[in-house]
Design a binder for this molecule. Sequence first.
Ligand code: PGA
Length: 256
Amino acid sequence: MSYLVAANWKMNKTVGDTLEYLDLFLPSVKDLMKIEIMIAPSFTALSSASIRLDAAKKEGEYNVKLGAQNMYYMEKGAFTGEISPLMLAELEVDYVILGHSERRHIFGERDDLINKKVVSAVEHGIRPILCVGETIEEREQGKTLSVVERQIRNGLAGVEKDMVYIDIAYEPVWAIGTGVNATPQQAQEVHRFIRSLINEISKGNDQKTRILYGGSVNEKNARDLTKEPNIDGFLVGTASLDPEKFYKIITEVMEV
Ligand code: PGA
């Protein structure tokens, strides 16, 4: 699997901002096929972004995928305010970020709900990026690996044999949006653990599962993190909002 550098824009950028960004960003990554890039704009901008990406791909070679930041697991029904896998599939969304720390901690999403979403995404051919990670209190209490293990075992229940269609993002809560990234050693320790866990639960079927790191990734720390053997990509928030910084992260990854 190629390295994946993914942008999670969170609740930022209107449709206009999204198109402006893509106009600046896309020419810089034309013909750059070695690394996979994913952009997850807001739901309201997905349709325009999808059309813009399609148009770009008719003009040249782009390895840029489209992602959604969340999804409900049902196809349709009385679920006011939710977005279904059919709606995402219609827009040719390739990836969906599930179980992000902000969904867990601000919106109260729990492992069982996140699991239903992961199962549904796989069923609908949308590649889930399951996010896991400990809070600072959990880390200080020495619970990092047990929290990550619980989130992964619960999040992947029922899709263990489908690991080739799933990616994981390790995002320590204390590193998200704080400017304090996990050190390459801290990330590597957890990534190695996740790799062996996936290997165990999927019975050696894990080779296509990427383990991304997320949490204050920027153009300055990306290179050192990339050097770690079990880090297969990044999920980038703040630094991805600026097309130049995001491109710089991509070039740092390319140089390792
Ligand atoms: P950050 O966010 O890069 O701003 O820390 C990462 C994320 O939440 O995915």
